[in-house]
Structures are given as structure tokens and as C-alpha cells.
Design a protein around this ligand. Structure first.
Ligand code: AMP
Ligand code: MG
Length: 348
């Protein structure tokens, strides 16, 4: 298949949006930018289109897709009912990086929800995404636009690396703004439960809803203790190298990484280090990449996946990363990093 590339880095191209909308309505696939990561879109109400998404990504079929909408009013057409909690969160955070799990109705095929009777819904905050959703009929199922198991794409080039030739169109909207997938909150639980941490933190949700729980399955390294979101059990975001996170006081972490990098290099390994603007100059051995500044945690979220891909390209064999327990996004950043490391964390 020849993939069409549409450049919208300088703004919306209306003609290309209507072409993309037609592709979606005909059951085809279009990758597009959102504020979190790039999504691989197909018509959410078309079981065959959902099947194509799973095939293009090599995604396990029990891992449900998030349905993207452009108007709050469109929500009621696909769910059994819209609870008060959804109205409150929608008003506060939509369009934005929050996905809500609700009871689905028969409009949504089970192919889209991985066989579940619930559906995940989000309204993205990106003009290209919203124009595309409107042009494509209002309901676009879109997981991250990467091959399953690779880091989520934060640039159109990442999408092309994984999916060129496998999908109908890639829309380039430039680099994304947040760089980590949306927060997922399950509103079908008696006490709302966060199934995946993201930019919208537990504290922000508690401020509006009162009691909110974090899925206890998220923190567990034990594979028999499963998180509720089917996708969270997979080892996503995996770089090809052996990734180890080093946790502790910043001085001790830097000291440990310096020593480990020196030892591994002496043993003939190609070493990568994920550092920060504050620490990058302190490392002498290995290829050092700064994720961003600890003073500006969004920069760390924004660069993390890109750095993992760059280290793949450089064919490093081991990676050491500093831990990032930053105030707002720390939980989300560490959740992704710990999974990428297959739970390999050293405390110093
Ligand atoms: P992605 O689209 O790649 O960001 O992944 C979507 C995430 O949402 C995966 O971890 C899914 O397992 C999760 N998800 C989607 N729909 C549901 C649902 N109905 N119930 C629980 N988790 C869901
Ligand atoms: Mg994904």
C-alpha cells in the first residue's frame, strides 16, 4: 500500500482533511497528531476498520481501543448513560489528555473494545485531530500509531518508521505537546479508578470528584496481579537495549551511573545514559542524552520516547536512566519508564 503523506505542520489543509475523512468513512486508516502522542485512526463504529488497526500495529486483540470524539454531545450516542462524573470531568478537562471508561451501548462493536462491554472515550485537544474526527464521522478509534511494543510516536517520522506502507495516510502536525499517553479513569467503578497515569494527575481528579483510587495492579511487578486496563499488562515502550533505572538521591544516582557506565564500557558494551539538563555534563562514559530539565517536567515527558527510539537507532546495548520523581507528571513518566525497563530498577 502506498501511504499518502499530508503536511499540516503549518496549519490545517482542508482539502486533505476531507480526503482523510473519506478514507476513514471507507474503512481505511489515517495516522494523526494529538496533544499526547500520534494516533492511528479508523472508524470506531466499523468492526472491520478496528480489525485493520490491530493488524497494522500487530496489537493483541484483547487490548481495546480508545474512541476519539470532537463534541461532548456525541458521547451519549455510544454509551449507556452519561454519569454526572463524566459531565464534571468533561467540563474541566476536555478537550484534553483524559480518557474516560464508560458502559458502552450496541453502537460500538466489540471489535473496537477488545470484547469488553465498556468503552474508553477521549476528546483530544489538537485542531488537526478534531477536524479529522468531524470529517470521519465523529467517532475515531485510535491507539498510539506505533508497532506494538515500540515506544509511542511523538513525531510523524516515528509513525513512518513503524507504519509506512501499512496504512492509507500519515498527517504530520509537527512534534506533540505532551509526549505521554492520556490519563485513563474508569467511571464504571463505584469509586473512580485511574487505570493509567498521565498529564492529568490523581490530585487534579480528586479535587473534582473527591475519592479516586489508583489501580493497585499498576504498581505490581508480579505478572499474575493484573492491571485493569488490558493494555497495561504488556511490556510496551520497550527499547532494544537492556534498560535499567537508577533511583535514589541525585548525587548517589549520578555516582552509580558513572561507575556502571565505566564498567560496561570497559566490558565492550555500547552504553546509553538518560540524564537531565542539570546532570548531563557530569557523565564521562557512554552516549548521554538529556530528556529535559527537572525544573520543567513536561520537557522530560516530551522527549522520553524519542530518546528511546534514538538509542535503538544508535544500537546501544545497555541504557541507564536517572529516575524522574517529578511533582505532577512523575508518576506517569516513571510508569512508562519502569515498563520500558521491564521493572529493572536499582536503588542506591
Ligand atoms: P493506547 O490507545 O495505545 O494508548 O492504549 C489504550 C489503553 O486504554 C490500553 O491500555 C487499553 O487497555 C486501555 N483501554 C481501552 N479501552 C478500555 C476499556 N474499555 N477498559 C479498560 N481499559 C481500556
Ligand atoms: Mg499504545
Amino acid at each position: 500500500m502506498k501511504t499518502i503523506f499530508a503536511d499540516m505542520t503549518r496549519g490545517i489543509d482542508e482539502q486533505m482533511i476531507s480526503r482523510a475523512g473519506r478514507i476513514l468513512l471507507d474503512g481505511g486508516l489515517v495516522a494523526f497528531p494529538t496533544e499526547t502522542v500520534y494516533g492511528l485512526g479508523g472508524n470506531a463504529l466499523d468492526a472491520e476498520a478496528s480489525g485493520r488497526i490491530y493488524a497494522a500495529k500487530g496489537r493483541p486483540s484483547d487490548n481495546p481501543l480508545i474512541v476519539h470524539i470532537a463534541e461532548f454531545g456525541d458521547l451519549q450516542k455510544i454509551v449507556r448513560s452519561v454519569p454526572e462524573t463524566a459531565v464534571i470531568l468533561g467540563r474541566a478537562f476536555w478537550p484534553g489528555p483524559l480518557t474516560m471508561i464508560l458502559e458502552k451501548n450496541e453502537t460500538v462493536p466489540q471489535a473496537t473494545t477488545g470484547g469488553l462491554d465498556t468503552v474508553a472515550v477521549r476528546m483530544p485537544d489538537h485542531p488537526v485531530a478534531r477536524a479529522l474526527i468531524r470529517a470521519g464521522g465523529g467517532y475515531v478509534a485510535a491507539p498510539s500509531a506505533n508497532t506494538s511494543g515500540r515506544p509511542s510516536p511523538t513525531k510523524a517520522e516515528h509513525v513512518a518508521e513503524d507504519l509506512d506502507g501499512k496504512i492509507d495516510m500519515i498527517i504530520d502536525g509537527g512534534p506533540v505537546g505532551i509526549g505521554l499517553e492520556s490519563t485513563i479513569i474508569d467511571l464504571t467503578e463505584e469509586i473512580p479508578m485511574v487505570l493509567r497515569p498521565g498529564f492529568i494527575s490523581l490530585e487534579m481528579l480528586r479535587e473534582l470528584l473527591g475519592e479516586v483510587r489508583m489501580d493497585p495492579g499498576l504498581r505490581s511487578a508480579d505478572p499474575s496481579f493484573r492491571p485493569k486496563a488490558p493494555g497495561m499488562k504488556y511490556r510496551h515502550y520497550a527499547p532494544k537495549a537492556d534498560l535499567t533505572i537508577v533511583e535514589g538521591s541525585q548525587e548517589k544516582v549520578q555516582e552509580a551511573i558513572r561507575r556502571l557506565a565505566r564498567e560496561k564500557k570497559a566490558a565492550g558494551e555500547k552504553v546509553g545514559i538518560i540524564a537531565t539538563d542539570e546532570s548531563a555534563a557530569l557523565y564521562e562514559d557512554g552516549i548521554v542524552k538529556s530528556a529535559g530539565s527537572r525544573q520543567n517536567e513536561i520537557t522530560i515527558a516530551m522527549h522520553l520516547y524519542s530518546i528511546l527510539r534514538e538509542f535503538d537507532e544508535l544500537k546501544v546495548s545497555v541504557i541507564y536512566s536517572e529516575a524522574f520523581e517529578t511533582p505532577q507528571m512523575g508518576q506517569a513518566i516513571m510508569n512508562r519508564l519502569i515498563k520500558a525497563a521491564g521493572h529493572h530498577v536499582i536503588h542506591v
